[in-house]
Write a protein of this length. Structure first.
Length: 440
């Protein structure tokens, strides 16, 4: 799909089932707390993220899902007229649709039809900047495309095979396409395995350097990149745009008490994030799995903040990170957008939470609240790291150098007995190495 104005004129449709019972089967798995209007607004934002010109957007109510066209005949005809009159070349269905439904709707509307999964894949393809990101997106896209190979065009008719004119019917174009896709997926799997090994080497090398990893996670557009930039003075793309960041970014950050951390900005999550994308981005998301601290950034100015938080927790759960994990710190962002009453309500709600799970309210845009967030990070890091008091020979420069490389040196000075007193902090694994080498 082309970028800019050439992406095309689009109609966005948000199907809404009348009866809750009808939500079974192939219907979308959106949390009931989200209003249809909010889901439609998000879908319009997703379409805008790939530069589609949304000329019409609306809710379509239906009693049940039709196996052939998802929508009823009347609605299909109505949207066909709308597509023609508005010269729309793309129709976005904000729900999962089957390959057969997609093919039938494209014939009826004479336009390209994209469902929610296809739309998110298009955005990820547009946002990928690194070789790794491109591979992950292509892997997910090919798995999605493989399921969309249906007999819809004449070139999928059976082709003649064999040598010269003597051969019988060969493989169909459909089978050939599927085989080519599977071969490409197999090649990407090999390349992604290399990426995985490289990432593991990088993580292992970071473990040898005693800098804890602090990962930012959250719903897309929650303000993770803005917070990342505010804390590190970096220049990561931060925009009021869904999935502005895709490839992970890491920066070193020195905290006031002398701690140095590695801050990691990761891809944003979204409701109904395709399972194939979670699987494809597993290598990237392992940065989150391996993190010492996980900052769950929430947009508290959004009307669906609760539902968005549920979606993030669901994806984290798939990665084996439960809501009660002590590494998690909730960061309630965008308090600058709240009116005085809303702001007071959010701050009071945060104060009423248990001390060990108390959120930190901030404004990544203005920097308000960072004076509370950074101490919270340092305090949580201190819980998982051991402090050791060591006594070294003042002439043991090599030993002191080793401590700086493999632990966090908090203080050093001469003791009354003429030896060098050094206080260090390290995770349990590194602390065991320090004890084995120096005692303490």
């Amino acid at each position: 799909m082309a970028s800019g104005a050439e992406s095309g004129r689009a109609i966005v449709i948000e199907p809404v089932l009348k009866h809750a019972a009808a939500r079974g089967g192939p219907a979308r798995s959106v949390a009931d707390t989200r209003s249809p209007d909010a889901r439609l607004a998000e879908a319009v934002g997703l379409a805008g993220a790939i530069d589609l010109n949304v000329v019409q957007a609306g809710l379509v109510t239906l009693n049940s899902i039709r196996p052939a066209t998802y929508l009823g005949t009347g609605k299909v005809d109505e949207i066909a007229g709308l597509t023609k009159s508005l010269s729309a070349s793309v129709v976005v269905m904000d729900c999962p649709i089957s390959p057969v439904q997609q093919r039938n709707l494209e014939k009826a509307w004479n336009a390209k039809v994209i469902d929610r999964t296809g739309l998110i894949l298009e955005i990820f393809g547009k946002r990928a900047r690194t070789r790794e990101g491109s591979l992950q997106v292509e892997h997910a896209h090919l798995n999605y495309q493989k399921s969309r190979l249906v007999r819809s065009w004449t070139h999928l008719e059976r082709q003649r095979g064999g040598f010269g004119f003597l051969g019988g019917p060969g493989e169909s174009q459909l089978e050939m396409d599927r085989r080519l896709i599977e071969e490409r997926i197999a090649r990407i799997d090999v390349e992604l395995d290399k990426v995985k090994r490289t990432r593991k080497l990088h993580r292992d090398s970071r473990k040898r350097v005693p800098y804890p990893i602090v990962a930012l996670v959250g719903y897309t557009n929650a303000g993770k990149s803005t917070l990342f930039n505010r804390m590190t003075a970096a220049s990561v793309l931060s925009a009021d745009m869904l999935f502005a960041t895709l490839d992970p970014t890491l920066r070193a950050l020195d905290l006031p008490l002398g701690n140095r951390i590695i801050l990691s900005d990761t891809v944003g999550f979204i409701s109904d994030l395709p399972t194939m994308l979670v699987a494809a981005f597993r290598a990237t998301l392992e940065e989150v799995i391996e993190a010492d601290i996980i900052l769950h950034v929430r947009d508290m100015s959004h009307e669906d903040a609760g539902a968005q938080s549920h979606d993030v927790e669901k994806v984290l759960g798939e990665l084996g990170i439960e809501a009660a994990d002590r590494r998690l710190i909730e960061v309630w962002n965008k308090i600058d957008r709240l009116d005085p009453e809303g702001r007071e309500r959010v701050l009071n709600l945060a104060e009423r939470q248990p001390v060990g799970h108390r959120p930190v309210a901030v404004s990544a845009l203005s920097g308000e609240g960072l004076d509370r967030l950074i101490p919270a990070i340092e305090a949580r890091l201190g819980e998982s790291r051991l402090t050791l008091n060591l006594s070294l020979d003042p002439a043991d420069g090599a030993g002191l150098s080793w401590l700086y490389r493999h632990s966090e040196v908090l203080s050093k000075g001469m003791s009354d007995d003429g030896r060098l007193a050094v206080t260090v902090r390290a995770d349990p694994e590194q602390a065991a190495r320090v004890k084995a080498k120096f005692g303490g």
